[in-house]
Design a protein around this ligand. Structure first.
Ligand SMILES: *Cc1c(COP(=O)(O)O)cnc(C)c1O
Length: 305
């Protein structure tokens, strides 16, 4: 079962399998490496990248019920869920971290959510942190008027989403030896690693600080498949200080990558991934003859590059 088997989703015209593009980048070629870009950013203009892969099975499971989900003030996942609601005629409710945001003008990302019909419900940070606990979740859903809604967790990562991301690995098949992806919750990596054929490896680059992601990915794989799956590892050195943190060097790197290859580079995730791959190539982490694929999971948002 793929997202294309669902008529409502297929009618949105996703570009699946997403294109694979080889780029000639001398930082790789001179070390005998090939660099492929898996262009998930081209799957759909609004349900971008891994957000399509993770949301599609949840949209199907919702069966027309309202969808409630969770995110920060700049969450790509909230925007994708809101867009899906508009495109499919589903009601959506977004629980947003930060009670103090409630009385203020909305940032462009949240304004986009509201324009797409999402109802926002702001909660304080302490409550938000505990939202996976059943009592807290029940109280939040009650306060948000979302008790009967289909619940999609923060970042969209649940067992359905993880299984949806297996398709990413299946599409890549034998094309690359190592497939690298930037990680927030780790749901995309969990599915990707499970979907790759034997002998192919998946590398996750966490964009959050904290070193909790190995356990999180294992837990997601356990939830989705009953056990750890595939051959994957993490490199924790490229978060640049944490979520949404960037440095001038990272911006320069991203601008240079776009100038070289004409590919827009999303800053919160994709820039850190590509930066990591260049650094790893320079360190000699990949043997000559290795083909590395980078999953381009997103596109720059106009107001938050
Ligand atoms: C949401 C997002 C991710 C993180 O995906 P996880 O499954 O949460 O690890 C990566 N890249 C982009 C562009 C995203 O929007």
């Amino acid at each position: 079962m793929t997202s294309l088997d669902d008529p409502a989703l297929a009618a949105l015209g996703p570009r699946l399998p997403s294109p694979v593009q080889e780029v000639a980048d001398e930082r790789f070629t001179r070390r005998g490496l090939r660099l492929l870009l898996k262009r998930d950013d081209l799957i759909h203009p609004e349900l971008i990248g891994n957000k399509w892969r993770k949301l599609a099975p949840n949209l199907r499971a919702a069966r027309g019920r309202r969808i409630v989900t969770f995110g920060g003030a700049y969450s790509n996942h909230l925007r994708a869920t809101a867009a899906a609601g508009r495109l499919l005629g589903l009601e959506t409710i977004g629980v947003v971290r930060g009670e103090e945001l409630a009385g203020r003008p909305l940032n462009p990302s949240l304004a986009r959510c509201v324009a797409d019909g999402m109802r926002l419900h702001f909660v304080d940070r302490a409550t938000y942190r505990r939202k996976a606990e059943p009592d807290t979740l029940a109280a939040v859903l009650r306060a948000a008027g979302a008790e009967d809604a289909h619940v999609v967790p923060e970042g969209g990562s649940n067992a359905l989403a993880v299984r949806g991301c297996q398709e990413l690995g299946a599409e890549l098949g034998e094309q690359a030896d190592v497939v690298a992806v930037a990680c927030g919750t780790g749901g995309t990596l969990a599915g990707l690693a499970a979907g790759l054929p034997a002998g192919r490896r998946a590398l996750g680059i966490p964009v959050l600080k904290g070193g909790f992601l190995t356990a999180a990915v294992e837990a997601l794989q356990k939830e989705a498949f009953g056990a750890r799956r595939g051959d994957w590892w993490l490199d924790d050195r490229f978060h640049f200080g944490g979520y949404a943190r960037t440095t001038p060097a990272l911006h320069t790197f991203a601008e240079d990558f776009t100038a070289r290859h004409g590919v827009p580079v999303e800053r919160l995730y994709v820039a850190k991934l590509l930066y990591a791959l260049v650094a790893l190539a320079e360190e000699g982490a990949f043997p000559r003859g290795t083909t590395v694929a980078a999953v381009v999971t997103g596109r720059p948002f106009p107001d938050h590059t």
